[in-house]
Design a protein around this ligand. Structure first.
Ligand code: FES
Length: 162
């Protein structure tokens, strides 16, 4: 039997937290969305095995759980990066070269729109106007806004989050 249990331990801790969430919402109406939100906070996304547990625990058909998860943009079925990069492709950013910024990020990170890097450091997403048009072209990394960008500044920005 293997002695190393680090990975297992992490998983167990998460499972314990999830059990706590189930306890908190036991027999409560309208629990599905808050339980999904808390489960996503614990796991970083919603793995299939977790969705199955939630369906079982809340006595809700798995199809309904999937229906909710796929309806709301806040839920994610795939792992997300530690850093979320949102590239604005709204009109103001588009006319000032937003697409070139996006291309540079795709090239640097080797991912497409909506994908996460293999090392789980970054998730890249294109978005519509983020309300900072005066700084176009703009990206957001987590809560930080980076504006008036040129493609050659991208490596230096990414380095801040590695
Ligand atoms: S269009 Fe990019 S911030 Fe408004």
């Amino acid at each position: 039997m293997s002695q190393c249990c680090c990975g297992e331990k992490v998983r167990d801790e998460k499972l314990e937290k999830l059990q706590e969430v189930f306890k908190k919402y036991k027999n409560k109406k309208g629990a599905l969305i808050p339980v999904l939100q808390e489960a996503q906070d614990i796991y970083g996304y919603l793995p299939e095995e977790v969705l199955k547990k939630i369906a079982l625990e809340l006595k809700v058909p798995l199809s309904k759980v999937y229906g909710v998860v796929t309806f709301y943009a806040q839920f994610h079925l795939k792992p997300r990066g530690r850093n979320i990069i949102r590239v604005c492709l709204g009109t103001a950013c588009h006319v000032r070269g937003g697409a070139k910024i996006f291309e540079k990020l795709q090239e640097e990170l080797q991912v497409e729109d909506g994908e996460t890097t293999e090392d789980l450091k970054f998730t890249l997403e294109s978005v519509a106007c983020i309300g900072a048009c005066g700084l176009a072209p703009v990206i957001m990394v987590n809560d930080d806004t980076h504006g008036r960008l040129t493609p050659d500044r991208i490596p230096e920005i990414l380095a801040q989050y590695k």
